[in-house]
Design a protein around this ligand. Structure first.
Ligand SMILES: NC(=O)c1ccc[n+]([C@@H]2O[C@H](COP(=O)([O-])OP(=O)(O)OC[C@H]3O[C@@H](n4cnc5c(N)ncnc54)[C@H](O)[C@@H]3O)[C@@H](O)[C@H]2O)c1
Length: 260
C-alpha cells in the first residue's frame, strides 16, 4: 500500500482564508501563519487601521493578503461582505472566527449593556460569520471553520471576574460541536482552538497585575505565557487537510492549565 504523504501535509496552498479580528494579537499572527502556508488571507477587523496594517505586514513578509473592515456583530454587514468576496474570488475555503473581547467586571456589577456587548462579539459574531460563510461551504461541499474559543469556556478562571466572557466561550465550544455534527455530511469541518493565557492586548492588563499574573503562571504547568504563534499553529493544523478527519474538536493550547 502506498501512502499519499502530500494529502497530509500542513499546507493551505491555493486556499482562501477569512480571519476576523485579524488586526491584533492571535488573529494578526494567524494571518501570517496561514499566509506562510500558502493561503490568500482576507484580513478583517472592526478597526480599519489595524486591518490595513496587518494585511500590509503579511504582504511585506511575502504573503498574499487584502484587508476589510468588518464588525462581526453586524449580521447584515457580514452577509454583504461574504457575498461580495465569494462573487469576486469564487470561494472561501477557511474561516477563522477569532474576533473577541473581554471585560473584567464582578458578576454582581455587570450591566445589561456590557453583558450584551460581550455576547454580541464573542458568540453572536461567531455565529453570523459561520452562518454566512458556512452556507457557501455547504453548497460547495468543502470548507473548514476554526473558532477561537478559550480555556475560559472549560474552567471558570480566577482571580479575575469575567462571567460573561466565560459563558460566551463555553457557548462557542458547543456551537462548534453543533455545527460540526450538522455540517459533517456536506464535508464542512468545524473545530475550535481554546487558548490559555497568551501575551496580547487582551491580557495586557492582567499580565501587568502582579497578583493575577502570579496566579496565572502558578496554574500553568509549562510556566510561561503563550505566544500568538502557539495558537496560530493549531489553527493552521485544523484549517488544513492534515485535519481532514477532525471535526467538532476543541484543541486546547494552554500550557497545561486545564490538566489539573
Ligand atoms: N489572549 C489570550 O490570552 C486569549 C485567551 C483565550 C482566548 N482568546 C481569544 O482569542 C481571540 C483573539 O484575542 P487576542 O488576545 O488576540 O485579542 P486582541 O485584543 O489582541 O485582538 C482582538 C481583535 O479583535 C478585534 N475586534 C474586537 N471587536 C471586534 C468586532 N466586533 N468585530 C471584528 N473585530 C473585532 C479587535 O479590534 C482586535 O484587533 C479572542 O476571541 C479571545 O477571546 C485570547
Amino acid at each position: 500500500m502506498t501512502v499519499d504523504r502530500a494529502a497530509h501535509d500542513i499546507t493551505l496552498e491555493g486556499r482562501i482564508a477569512l480571519v476576523t479580528g485579524a488586526g491584533s494579537g492571535i488573529g494578526r499572527e494567524t494571518a501570517h501563519v496561514l499566509a506562510r502556508a500558502g493561503a490568500y488571507v482576507l484580513v478583517s477587523d472592526v478597526d480599519a487601521e489595524r486591518a490595513s496594517s496587518a494585511a500590509a505586514e503579511v504582504r511585506a513578509a511575502g504573503g498574499s493578503a487584502e484587508h476589510h473592515v468588518l464588525d462581526v456583530r453586524d449580521r447584515s454587514s457580514v452577509r454583504t461582505l461574504v457575498g461580495a468576496l465569494i462573487e469576486r474570488l469564487g470561494a472561501i475555503d477557511v474561516l477563522v472566527n477569532n474576533a473577541g473581547i473581554v471585560a473584567n467586571t464582578a458578576a454582581a456589577d455587570v450591566t445589561e449593556r456590557e453583558w450584551r456587548e460581550v455576547l454580541e462579539v464573542n458568540l453572536h459574531g461567531v455565529f453570523w460569520c459561520a452562518q454566512a460563510v458556512g452556507a457557501h461551504m455547504l453548497e460547495r461541499g468543502a470548507g473548514a471553520i476554526v473558532n477561537v474559543a478559550s480555556m475560559a469556556g472549560i474552567v471558570a478562571l480566577d482571580p479575575q471576574p469575567q462571567v460573561h466572557y466565560n459563558v460566551s466561550k463555553a457557548a462557542v465550544i458547543m456551537l462548534t460541536r453543533s455545527l460540526a455534527v450538522e455540517w459533517a455530511p456536506r464535508n464542512v469541518r468545524v473545530n475550535a482552538v481554546s487558548p490559555g493565557y497568551i501575551g496580547t492586548e487582551l491580557t495586557k492588563r492582567g499580565l501587568c497585575n502582579a497578583a493575577w499574573a502570579e496566579r496565572w503562571m502558578a496554574r500553568t504547568p509549562l510556566g510561561r505565557v503563550g505566544t500568538p504563534r502557539d495558537v496560530a499553529n493549531a489553527v493552521l493544523y485544523l484549517a488544513s487537510d492534515a485535519a481532514s478527519f477532525v471535526t467538532g474538536e476543541n484543541v486546547v493550547v494552554d500550557g497545561g492549565y486545564t490538566v489539573w
